[in-house]
Each structure stands twice: as C-alpha cells, then as structure tokens.
Design a protein around this ligand. Structure first.
Ligand SMILES: *Cc1c(COP(=O)(O)O)cnc(C)c1O
Length: 438
C-alpha cells in the first residue's frame, strides 16, 4: 500500500516510511492511495469472528507486505488485548467503552499499534528511532505505556510542569526503561513549540531518527477503525438505522470511523460532538471553515482550535461540502450542558459519564431526534476517574479509582526538569543519542 501527501507535493511512500516520517516532507498528512471494502461475508457474519481476526482483516491492506502476516497478527492481537464493551445506557442508546486499556483512555489502541509497527521496522535499521512527543495529558500516558520495552525505540515525552493531573503525571514518569519524561517549566503550547522546533532542526535530524506519535501518524490513526467494528459486532439488533457519535477534538477518531464505513460497515450517520471548540460544527452550518485559538473546557482532550485530521475527512468525502453534509452532523455543547448531562444520566440510569463521553451522549441524543427507526452508539473515550475532579464535583460523590491505577500513585516520579528553552532540549537529545551509540 502506498500513501500520498494531502498537500500533493511529495513522493508517495510505503507504510513503513509513512509511519517513521509521520508527516510528509511537504508537511501534508499521509493518506492511503486506495481503499478496498472488506468481504460482505465478514460484515454479515461478524458475530462469528474474534476481535483479533476482525482487526487483522480491517488493517492488513493498509500495512501491505511490509510486515508479514504472522507478525501482523501478533501485533494486532497485542493491540486489542483488552475489552471494548458496548453498554446499554437507555433504550437505543449505547456507550462503547474505550477505557479498558492500560492507561484507561482510547488512545491506548493507536499507541500500542504504532509502537509495535515501529519496533518491527527498527529491526532492519541500525539507528534507533526516537519518538518525541508533547502531551497535555492523555497522549503521553498512552504513548509511554504503548512503547515501553519496544526494542530499537527511545521515547521522550515533554509535559508542562504542574499542568497535568497526578494520575497523568505518574503514568508518564514511573515507567523507566526506554521512556524518558521531561518536565518543562512552561505550558503545553511551549512543549509543543519545542517539539516542532526539534523536527525542523537539520542538525538534530542528521544525528537522530526522530519521529512523532500524534494522531497525524497513520499507525495511530488507522487502528482506531477497530472500535466501530467492535461496536457493530455487539449490537443485538442490526436492522435499525445506526448513528455513531464521537466526542471530537483533532478528529482522528471519527475519521477512522468513516474509514470503517468505507470498508463496508453499515453506519448510517456520524455525529461529531464538540465542546466550545466548534470549528467543524460551525463549518457544517455556514460553509465557512474558520480555525481559531483553542479555548479551555472541562472536556480538555478536545480543546483543539484547528483539528488536524479534518483534511482527511474532506478527502474521504470527495472534498464536497454537500456530500459531507449528508454523512455527518455536528453539535457543540457548553460545559454547563455537559455537566447537566452527567448529572441527568447518573440520576436516571446510574451510569457515570466522563466529560468527553457526556458530550458524545448529548450529540447522539440530538441526532436521534432527526432519524426514524434509529439506534445509536456514543464513544466513551476515557474512564471517569481520569477526570476525577470534574466528575466528583459535578456529581457530588466519590468515584472509585480502578485497582490498576491505585498502585501507580505510590510509585516514585522520575523526570528530567527543563527550562522553557529549546537549546536545553537539543542538548538532552544529542546526549542520549551519543549514549545509544556506545
Ligand atoms: C484525544 C481524546 C479525544 C479526541 O479525539 P480526537 O481523535 O482527537 O478527535 C476525546 N476524548 C478523549 C478522552 C481523548 O483523550
């Protein structure tokens, strides 16, 4: 499988190069050159397949022949080795719980898959790959856990000092091995800027094999297709119209759902549920696409002012506004509406939503009003305990912390402290490269 750049000004590359590079040299996102539907037999008989087999069938054309079948099956099995339960919250309203992975956030699947692909490619390369990533919270934990112990890959994670939750900080700083946590005296935007500067630094790139691990990377984006197959597999009644609502920030997850539909999954309508960061919601209403600086909300993993994957969604809909409008609805909700939904759902059903899932729930309910004979799934993208302050404050009660996280809180934090200064980061990266060579 070849990938082309959506800026159309760079050579086509194979899967391995798209994964190792992340972004094309013309700064465009990579996109697969062709997309073939899966067999109807698989979709019609999906209950008979294991989740490992479904995931393998969904991803194999996008990997091509660069990872052999036995190894790809192993990678996929390790990627999805936890549960993805579909829970009925109300009649015709289901929550697809994507928080049963090791770091309790849906980003685990993409991080685990990408890490294992890079590990497979680095076997043929003498130079180690260094994954450099800035995090405002969830991404860092998922990447740290996903890449832990992968041969040939060093991971450096920058996070803003004092601006991530205790659980999130421990998830980054207690693993050791090939994971290095860097605590920056600055904001997330400062971390992001330092990382971007590093990617453009020729000197550094001559010495190191640098790559990023955010959702623009095809190996993090595409495996998110699996969720939609798992949701469909678990639906008891497959005759009703199916609506899927995705709480969206960078729009990688929902774009993967649209790929699953292209592979033949019968999804009738997508809903992009957003918080106050509503560029796409407004675009679908007005036809004007106007990115803005992000604003802070209680569903902060979706605080994105310029969603990087939206261009892939346009590509999937022939770059036609009208085609997109028939496939996608979008609604935006304030923090107040989000908290209200969390309270109402808890009161009437006992189900605890995290703020991101609550935005997804609201979007689904609004979409269901417009479609006859429909049922819907919203994606619950994080465990409520990852946003424990907001959840406890909203519901006025304690939330249980799962046993697998409790042990974490007593572990010792290990992090390198840096000023908000690129030269310090560069020095650190070069030093670790010279250690790798001996
Ligand atoms: C990253 C994230 C999102 C947004 O997903 P995108 O693919 O960026 O749209 C939603 N919820 C949670 C909890 C996240 O961590």
């Amino acid at each position: 499988m070849n990938y082309f750049s959506l800026n159309h000004n760079a050579p086509k590359v194979k899967f391995s190069e798209a994964v190792v590079k992340g972004l094309a040299p013309d700064k465009g996102l990579y996109f697969p050159e062709s997309i073939a539907p899966l067999s109807k037999e698989l979709i019609d008989n999906i209950e008979r397949y294991s989740k490992e087999e479904i995931a393998f069938q969904a991803i194999k054309q996008f990997v091509g022949d660069e990872i052999n079948e036995v190894e790809l099956k192993r990678i996929v099995a390790e990627t999805v080795n936890f549960d993805f339960p579909l829970v009925e919250v109300e009649p015709n309203v289901y929550s697809l719980e994507l928080f049963h992975g090791p770091t309790l956030a849906f980003k685990d699947v993409g991080a685990r898959f990408m890490a294992r692909c890079l590990g497979a490619f680095s076997k043929f390369d003498e130079k180690k790959v260094t994954v450099l990533v800035a995090t405002s919270g969830d991404t860092g934990g998922a990447v740290a856990d996903g890449f832990l112990g992968v041969d040939g890959v060093e991971v450096v994670i920058l996070y803003p000092s004092g601006k991530v939750s205790d659980i999130q900080e421990k998830q980054l700083t207690t693993l050791g091995k090939n994971i290095k946590a860097v605590e920056v005296k600055g904001t997330f935007d400062d971390c992001q800027r330092m990382v971007k500067t590093a990617f453009l630094d020729e000197d550094l790139n001559n010495t190191l094999n640098l790559t990023s691990a955010n959702s623009i990377n095809v190996a993090r984006w595409l495996p998110q297709m699996f969720y939609y197959f798992f949701a469909y597999q678990q639906l008891k009644d497959k005759t009703k119209n199916l609506i899927i609502s995705v709480p969206s920030g960078n729009f990688g997850n929902i774009c993967a759902g649209m790929m699953a539909k292209r592979l033949g999954l019968p999804i009738d309508l997508f809903v992009a549920s957003t918080n106050a960061n509503k560029v796409v919601t407004e675009y679908l209403n007005s036809g004007n696409y106007e990115p803005r600086p992000s604003v802070q909300t209680i569903s902060n993993a979706m605080d994105v002012g310029e969603p990087s994957n939206f261009i892939r969604i346009e590509e999937l809909h022939q770059k036609s506004f009208n085609t997109l409008k028939t496939a996608l609805l979008s609604f935006s909700y304030s923090d107040e509406q989000t908290r209200m939904a969390m309270k109402d759902v808890k009161k009437h059903t006992g189900y605890i939503l995290d703020p991101h899932g609550a935005v997804g729930y609201l979007g689904l309910k609004d979409a269901l009003k417009n479609v006859e004979n429909a049922q819907g799934v919203f994606l619950e993208t994080a465990h409520p305990c990852k946003f424990i302050n907001v959840v406890e404050d909203t519901l006025g009660e304690k939330v249980d912390i799962p046993a697998k996280l409790e042990g974490l809180l007593s572990k010792e934090k290990v992090a390198v402290s840096l000023e908000n200064n690129y030269d310090q980061l560069k020095e650190l990266l070069l030093k670790s490269a010279s250690i790798q060579m001996v």
